[in-house]
Design a protein around this ligand. Structure first.
Ligand code: FE
Length: 129
């Protein structure tokens, strides 16, 4: 991880909601985030460190109430971690640069990957092109 900060530094640069999700692995409630239904052409970057994570071309409506993508913008941007919290076996998606929690990856996405990156709005920043 190249973007290392102390928790005190993260608290300074993130909003309380961003901190709860990115640093404490929280989850925003479905259909409440700013970006779940967001349309528009551009890039979705990590709200913690600014690394570009997703392109709008891979965003789709999964019906879940969270921003959903079928692929990251490039290899190596997102780290996948086994997560057995809350009695579930899931794959956690983490920003490879700053370690921020983004969401989870499920195997029920559309082709060509069949993957669903289910990401918290609070973990993302959208930039229009
Ligand atoms: Fe990051």
């Amino acid at each position: 991880m190249s973007d290392e900060k102390t928790e005190a530094e993260w608290r300074e640069i993130l909003t309380p909601e961003q901190y709860a999700i990115l640093r404490e692995k929280g989850t925003e409630r479905a259909f409440t985030g700013a970006l779940w239904d967001h349309k528009g052409k551009g890039t979705y970057s990590c709200a913690g460190c600014g690394t570009e994570l997703f392109d709008s071309d891979t965003k789709y409506d999964s019906g879940s109430g969270w921003p959903s993508f079928w692929a990251p913008v490039a290899d190596g941007r997102i780290e996948l971690v086994d997560d057995s919290s809350f009695g579930m076996r899931r794959i956690e998606a983490v920003c490879a640069n700053c370690g921020g929690h983004l969401g989870h990856v499920f195997p029920d996405g559309p082709q060509p990957t069949g993957e669903r990156y289910c990401i918290n709005s609070a973990s993302l920043k959208f930039e229009e092109r």
